[in-house]
Design a protein around this ligand. Structure first.
Ligand code: GLY
Length: 316
């Protein structure tokens, strides 16, 4: 019997594994595919409470708290792993109509977001991005978990472990989990496919992130520029559509005209885990099962917060 079994070796599962191992707890992490092989490595890495949330909900509170934790999390992870992590608080220009901008700014400022009205909408001073592949590389070094890849867990008896964490993204509720022989109901989750396109450009050509609706562009330090992203209800359909990426590029070029004539060097998709009442970051009552999924568009943003909360509760 291992101490803690984590189902899902993405950014969230690996962050929890790291925090648990810091508390001296032995962890096994199982993934049906490869370490970080799905949504975690597909994400652009946009960290954007301002761009994402403009209404009262649990999301904005989590996002603001999660964003505050980010610099220290990245700093500690980079130091402990020795892996350089591309993390930049570039700020984000959000292009919206003036009346929408005023309403958004008023509400977001009341939530602690540093937001400014501009002639084209809003500027969020503290938004930024992280390269999730750097984070994954670092977490792989420091998590000290026994990692089992290509290990599809179909049935889990949670009482065989000190705790079980469900962190399998859009696949989470396919697992059959029991506690002392009784099935544990896992909240619904489904994939929302996103297409993205990447362009190799001169480093430093973009500056702050740019966004209109769900169209956005950000540029990593090495010049790689990412334009995103669609939201598609297409199940786990993995096809990458050139015409969808062309559409993303067209919208992105309205934000950043240098993209008009650029040729993507990469096109890809990911499956965001959407849960109608997510995100789920909690213990299932009366069991030793923790949920850490349903983060939808903000799994990368919420990984530090989720890992902190779940690991703290398990280690208690
Ligand atoms: N976080 C941005 C997206 O899901 O496209």
């Amino acid at each position: 019997m291992t101490d803690v079994l984590i189902a899902g070796a993405g950014l969230i599962g690996a962050s929890i594994a790291w925090r648990l191992s810091q508390a001296g707890i032995r962890v096994t992490m199982c993934d049906a595919g490869s370490f970080g092989g799905e949504c975690s490595s597909a994400g652009a890495g946009m960290l954007s409470p301002g761009g994402e949330f403009d209404k009262p909900s649990v999301w904005i509170d989590l996002a603001v708290e999660g964003m505050r934790m980010y610099p220290a999390f990245v700093d500690e992870l980079a130091r402990e792993s020795g892996v350089a992590i591309d993390f930049q608080l570039t700020g984000c220009h959000h292009f919206v109509e003036p009346d929408v901008a005023r309403r958004r700014a008023e509400f977001q400022a009341s939530k602690g977001i540093r937001v400014e009205l501009t002639d084209r909408g809003l500027f969020y001073h503290d938004d930024g991005f992280v390269d999730p592949t750097d984070m994954l590389r670092a977490l792989r070094r420091v998590s000290r978990a026994e990692l089992r890849e290509n290990c599809a867990l179909t049935e889990i008896e949670a009482s065989d472990h000190r705790a079980v964490v469900i962190a399998a993204g859009a696949w989470s509720n396919r697992l059959r989990v029991k506690y002392r022989g009784t099935p544990v109901a896992l909240p619904e989750v489904k994939p929302v496919k996103g297409h993205l396109a990447g362009f190799q450009m001169q480093p430093g050509s973009l500056g702050p992130m740019l966004r209109r609706g769900h169209s956005y562009v950000l540029q990593r330090s090495n010049g790689f520029l990412i334009a995103g992203a669609t939201e598609e209800d297409a199940g786990f359909e993995r096809a990458v559509s050139e015409s969808t990426c062309a559409e993303i590029q067209r919208h992105a070029a309205e934000l950043f005209p240098a993209l008009e004539k650029a040729t993507p060097c990469r096109r890809w998709i990911g499956f965001r885990p959407f849960s109608p009442d997510g995100p789920h970051i909690r213990q299932v009552e009366g069991t030793n099962v923790w949920l850490a999924y349903g983060h939808f568009r903000n799994g990368i943003l919420l990984a530090p917060l989720t890992s902190h909360r779940v690991a703290r509760e398990i280690a208690r």
